[in-house]
Design a protein around this ligand. Structure first.
Ligand SMILES: Cc1cc2nc3c(=O)[nH]c(=O)nc-3n(C[C@H](O)[C@H](O)[C@H](O)COP(=O)(O)OP(=O)(O)OC[C@H]3O[C@@H](n4cnc5c(N)ncnc54)[C@H](O)[C@@H]3O)c2cc1C
Length: 520
């Protein structure tokens, strides 16, 4: 355990300080609290949840980012949001979504992904009858991966005792996962499918949550997403996505933990190479036995233009420099949060949509458009007679930095209008029915989420062997851990919840707080 000097030991009230209240940070904190640890969460913003939070404006409850929620199933082991809440005595009422997503793709390729697996596969086979075998092979392989994951409690792969216990519990699943760890979804798709349009469809299936084509998307993540949407399903938390974070905070506080808002951590304090606490922007110092960073790895260790990382540059471990050559920040987003008249949205519309006009624009600036209308599932999010439309499209901060204030505002307005006109392909009456409009740029994401370049998260800078090079939670600095979307297994609320479970488990072994038996 980290050795503190006597003076600091006296002022050290905490077992763990968590920097950031994203879902990764909150799952770590709540898991640690449930093990009996004394936990303090420090959040730079005024509400919890980070990209998985919600904010209120003029009677509308908008989701900051995530709206398509995995991990709320009621069976198996991959329902990590349900489990994380339950472990601290909390629960969210959820509304099942009958459809994960409706795709509107080039060459009039229109298909929606039903909660019912057979229904979706039959529709896809009807569109590509000559590829029936390939379609079945690809998606059944995804089920194989998912079934391995779903047959064991998901904790820290860094803990040899856990590995031994799960191996005895589910030896075949462990071997299955080891097999798929270094594989990308594109490798599997190419083995079974030849039709270029169908391969492009698999690409966009991956891109829609990994922001990468299939050949760069790890098979473990693909297996998880492409199967869990049918197994546990997509379920929207009643009251908005931010309710998940609010309930986790309540659970942490009920167990004696604390969260402090508007508390930006400036530096992680090191003593003799050990992380022993943090200093805030107002120079207050707080000490603890362990420190967990929910900030991105760039914001934690520097690189990619970050001038003042949480760990002083001279203490940056070599392993982090290596990570930086393998992963780069994905683009951020241009986002629109609209409150609209109910007439703008035709009846029987799906909640989530993805639009792409030309295949070659998939990875381009503002190429793909994502749309969510969560009020179709939970009308209480908006005043009676209105809907919420949340749309976003990938955009790099490089196109927004260096503009004068006037140029910046003009670009926001112009790009926002372009995005609205793209949405009018689906909702022709949209622009004349807007009641409230907020446009967020990559600079907005960077500022409010404290994320380097406002990035969605790390993406491979080169072709990598699946998830194998993605770092876990421990760092080369004793007492310092990382959690969230720049750790294994990557982006998405359920993925960062997995990272949170793993992080808390690893720290639990160090603090001697883990139960011997595996969770039910
Ligand atoms: C537009 C958009 C749409 C998305 N849609 C989906 C979706 O539909 N489904 C899905 O599953 N996922 C979606 N995601 C991804 C998902 O939201 C993220 O992967 C996930 O929320 C990241 O969680 P995190 O805990 O790693 O980090 P974050 O959510 O970024 O949280 C980090 C927290 O740390 C705080 N922080 C940072 N630095 C400091 C500091 N120095 N001091 C104090 N606090 C600090 C930040 O303020 C923030 O609250 C979406 C993301 C975006 C941006």
């Amino acid at each position: 355990m980290t050795q503190l000097s006597n003076e600091k030991k006296d002022s050290c009230n905490w077992d763990s300080i968590v920097i950031g209240s994203g879902l990764g940070g909150l799952v770590t904190a709540s898991q640690l609290a449930s093990k009996g640890a004394k936990v303090l969460v420090l959040e730079q913003y005024k509400i919890p949840g980070g990209s998985g939070g919600s904010f209120k404006r003029k009677g509308f409850t908008f989701d900051v980012g995530a709206s398509m929620i995995f991990g709320f199933g009621d069976k198996g082991y991959t329902n990590l949001l349900t489990r994380a809440l339950k472990d601290v005595g909390q629960e969210c009422e959820t509304i099942p979504d009958p459809t994960q997503l409706a795709y509107h793709l080039p060459n009039q390729l229109e298909i929606s992904v039903d909660r019912d697996y057979q229904k979706f596969i039959t529709k896809l086979i009807n569109l590509f009858p000559h590829e029936e075998k390939g379609i079945k092979h690809f998606y059944e392989t995804c089920w194989d991966v998912f079934n391995c994951l779903n047959s064991m409690p998901l904790l820290s792969i860094e803990d040899p005792a856990y590995l031994m216990k799960v191996f005895f519990k589910s030896p075949l699943s462990c071997l299955g996962l080891a097999r798929w760890l270094p594989v990308n979804a594109g490798d599997v798709a190419m083995r079974h499918i030849k039709d270029p349009d169908l391969l492009r469809f698999i690409d966009i299936e991956c891109f829609c949550w990994s922001v990468m084509p299939a050949n760069l998307t790890p098979m473990i993540n693909a297996g998880m997403v492409f199967s869990d949407r049918h197994f546990g399903g997509i379920n929207y938390p009643k009251g908005g996505v931010g309710i998940i974070a609010e309930k986790l905070v309540k659970g942490i506080e009920n167990l004696g933990g604390q969260i402090r808002y508007k508390s930006r951590v400036k530096k992680i304090i090191l003593e003799k190479g050990n992380a022993i606490g943090v200093s805030l922007e107002n120079d207050e110092e707080i000490f603890s036995k362990t420190v967990i960073s929910n900030a991105t790895r760039w914001d934690t260790f520097g690189g990619q233009g970050i001038k003042s990382p949480l760990v002083a540059t001279e203490n940056k471990p070599i392993s982090e420099k290596k990570w930086e050559t393998r992963y780069i920040p994905s683009p951020s987003f241009l986002s629109l949060h609209l409150g609209v008249n109910i007439d703008a949205i035709p009846a029987n519309t799906h909640c989530h949509h993805l639009l792409l006009d030309k295949w070659e624009e998939m990875e381009k600036e503002q190429g793909v458009t994502f749309v969510s209308i969560p009020t179709l599932l939970d009308p209480t999010l908006a005043p009676t007679g209105s809907h919420i439309v949340h749309a976003f499209t990938p955009s790099s901060i490089d196109n927004w930095d260096g503009l004068s204030n006037k140029e910046y505002l003009a670009k926001k307005k112009e790009d926002g209008e372009k995005l609205i006109s793209k949405l009018e392909r689906l909702f022709p009456n949209l622009s004349k029915n807007i009641l409230h409009k907020e446009i967020g740029s990559p600079r907005t994401h960077k500022r409010f989420l404290a994320r380097n370049k406002g990035s969605y998260g790390p993406i491979p800078s080169m072709r990598l062997p699946g998830l194998l090079p993605m770092p876990f939670n421990t760092t080369k600095i004793n007492g310092l851990y990382c959690v969230g979307d720049s750790c294994f297994p990557g982006q998405g609320l359920n993925a960062v919840a997995f990272s949170g479970y793993a992080c808390a488990h690893k720290i639990g072994t160090k603090l001697g707080m883990n139960k011997w038996e595996l969770p039910e």
